[in-house]
Design a protein around this ligand. Structure first.
Ligand SMILES: [Zn+2]
Length: 136
């Protein structure tokens, strides 16, 4: 996957989206699968055994070198204070909006303030643009 953003299948309906990504756990699992499709790999030593450290976001601690990795490290969600579900919904809404969506609309849909919505919107658009650049 692009390290920047989660991609959803085209034309995914809102109920379907909610069924697949409606909880924080589902979003976490989706990111984990995208990041480590064949299971955990330590970004430092490439080890694959890990223990979990529970905090606001689950951390994967490598049993070999003790490096701690999160599923959002290196993505635009790195160090975010927002729930993953808010990010996922933002990806979804921006991705599905054929004629574009304003930061104001986004803030209403996500239930976050305008500044947060603006930041999300711009980070996600930049990530999408980067992905287009890679393709060309
Ligand atoms: Zn390691």
């Amino acid at each position: 996957m692009a390290r920047s953003a989660i991609q959803f299948q085209k034309g995914l309906s809102l109920p379907e989206f909610q069924r697949l990504y409606g909880t924080e756990e589902q979003c976490e699992a989706a990111l984990e699968k995208a990041r480590w499709p064949d299971g955990f790999r330590c970004p430092r030593c490439n080890g694959h055994e890990y223990g979990l450290v529970y905090g606001r976001l689950k951390r994967y601690q490598c049993r070999n070198c003790s490096h701690q990795a999160t599923i959002t490290a290196g993505t635009i969600m790195q160090a975010t204070k927002l729930p993953l579900i808010t990010w996922f919904l933002a990806f979804y809404l921006i991705g599905q909006a054929k004629t574009g969506i304003s930061s104001l609309e986004l803030s209403r849909h996500l239930g976050v303030n305008y500044d947060t919505a603006w930041l999300l919107y711009n980070k996600i658009l930049r990530a999408m643009a980067d992905r287009e650049d890679c393709r060309n």
